[in-house]
Design a protein around this ligand. Structure first.
Ligand code: FAD
Ligand code: NAD
Length: 159
């Protein structure tokens, strides 16, 4: 099967966009990721999936911790920066959640300790045990068909 067919198919699954942050010996690294899922309520677990070529892989292996920051609709530029789609170096001021680095303005910040690690194909799954959560008001940044988007009044479901 062609890679493009697989990516086009996976791109039909609309997601939010996160930036994963981790602190390795005082140096903070960020990476854009949409492969995120809530796993378990008791205990509280989440999962992220990191490609074998991403430098984030060794950073999390070293730190044993990561924070998942759900980006707001206003934070597309940060998503592009942490995906390497904006090439220039930019200074980012990170927030702090009881010692864990966060993206300020993200609508949810979920700090985790690595509970277990699974190598699957060309990605590594990190199961994170949730330590702390901070929530903010705001609309999410979305990713669909390889493009960024946002909820609109017309598409928001009324319940
Ligand atoms: P680098 O390429 O070194 O860093 C990424 C970028 O972040 C660089 O431009 C760097 O300058 C910047 N950066 C990092 N830390 C800082 C800092 N402290 N201050 C300022 N800038 C900083 N890949 C996956 O493995 N899993 C996924 O789930 C995933 N989902 C994605 C979803 C979307 C919507 C997109 C666009 C990409 C996704 N990717 C995913 C791809 C991934 O984001 C890129 O391959 C990324 O470049 C890999 O980053 P890296 O860890 O190798 O670090
Ligand atoms: P795209 O068409 O590559 O992405 C569409 C969907 O395909 C993604 O949402 C994801 O579910 C899947 N996908 C893409 N690359 C993948 C990979 N290497 N491994 C597993 N699943 C993958 O969209 P795009 O705008 O061209 O993406 C920008 C860049 O970010 C590309 O280089 C892409 O490979 C990368 N990306 C990687 C992942 C990932 O590793 N899980 C997820 C999204 C995007």
């Amino acid at each position: 099967m062609e890679d493009r067919l697989f990516r086009n198919a996976m791109g039909k699954f609309a997601t939010g966009v996160t930036v994963i942050t981790t602190n390795v010996n005082g140096s903070i690294h960020g990476m854009t990721a949409n492969a995120f899922m809530s796993v378990s309520l008791d205990p509280k677990l989440v999962v992220i999936s990191i490609g074998e070529k991403a430098s984030m892989l060794k950073h999390i292996q070293q730190s044993g911790t990561f924070t998942v920051n759900f980006l707001s609709a206003q934070q597309q530029e940060l998503s592009m920066l942490f995906a390497g789609q904006i090439k220039e170096n930019r200074h980012v001021t990170f927030g702090d959640l009881q010692g864990a680095p966060t993206i300020e303005g993200a609508i949810a910040q979920v700090s985790c300790e690595v509970a277990s690690t699974y190598m699957e194909g060309d990605h590594t799954l990190f199961i994170g045990r949730v330590k702390n959560i901070h929530l903010e008001d705001g609309e999410p940044l979305l990713f669909f068909n390889g493009r960024y988007g946002a909820l609109s009044a017309e598409t928001t479901l009324q319940v």
